[in-house]
Write a protein that binds this ligand. Sequence first.
Ligand SMILES: NC(=O)c1ccc[n+]([C@@H]2O[C@H](COP(=O)([O-])OP(=O)(O)OC[C@H]3O[C@@H](n4cnc5c(N)ncnc54)[C@H](O)[C@@H]3O)[C@@H](O)[C@H]2O)c1
Length: 327
Amino acid sequence: MTLYLTQDEVKSVLDMKSTLEAVESAFREMGNDNIEMPARVYLHFDKGVLIAMPAYMPGLGAAGTKLVTVHPGNRQAHGLPAVIARIVLNSPENGLPLAIMDGTYVTALRTGAAGATGIKYLSREDSKEVGLCGLGVQGRSQIMGLMEVRPGVEKVKVYDIIPEAKAAFVDEMKATYPGVEWVVAESAKEATQGSDIVITCTPSPEAFIDGAWLKKGCHVSAIGADTGTKRELMTSVITRCDKLVVDFVPQAFVVGDFKAPKDEGVITEDDIYAELGKIVAGHKEGRTSPDEITLFKATGLAIQDVGTAYKVYQLAKEKGIGATLAG
Ligand SMILES: NC(=O)c1ccc[n+]([C@@H]2O[C@H](COP(=O)([O-])OP(=O)(O)OC[C@H]3O[C@@H](n4cnc5c(N)ncnc54)[C@H](O)[C@@H]3O)[C@@H](O)[C@H]2O)c1
């Protein structure tokens, strides 16, 4: 018997708190070298790409694969989203598909939870001011995660290259988090300067965050650049940071933020302080001084998808949600 869950059904059971638990557990399993996560597999179509992301976490009993397609012209040509994702969970015991579910909302939330896990272990606990660049799906998810782990945040300065995106975002956030001061920034520099935490989640092809803007003690959460053609951080950010932390070293050096400084000969893999999992599992320390500047570079991991999907499956079973497919 396989449980089928639509996006609305996934949304009805999954919140950021549960996602954070799932993603933090996945990072811990990774830090304890207790995961199997082969490299992603790509199929290239004329108009898009299909990516298969498998993972198994024996300690959690969770196994499965995210299948995600990216077809940039989909909306115009077919009225379909550019990114379509499904996650299949399999029983490690007998291989049966336990569940097939929409993977789009899982991806959105697990990425917010990954950024928030970096913030939990690396930012100053007394962080008050945040700068956020990129006010789309991830802008929202990153704020959801941030507010779970740093509820003492008082002010968030938000920036996007689309002016209307800023007004809409601030209106929405004022209603959701009325205790926080929401400020529209006129530039990425204005959002970044003076912030205790800087979050970037844009698909920008050009680096737009300068290391000179970062104040002592700040934490940078770099989420947006997840391919070689995207880059948010100038090389000066990489050289200004005291601790460079990534989700997965081999993936980090493929994306623009780290590939470009590596190609320039400025950093090598030896300059990475740790993978986040090692810090979550307690094998390496996180922040050790109030003045150090830390960076977490997220590229996205199959263990985050499978861990979160397994949580969705458990919650849906508990609540009797979803259709059962026979056969
Ligand atoms: N690291 C990961 O695990 C992970 C996971 C999911 C998405 N992503 C990536 O995060 C990025 C954002 O995804 P999304 O779903 O929020 O996209 P989105 O299209 O919903 O939002 C992106 C926003 O960034 C803005 N923007 C573009 N360039 C900018 C710039 N230079 N300065 C400020 N704002 C700018 C756009 O106007 C838009 O509002 C994408 O590159 C996506 O591939 C990464």
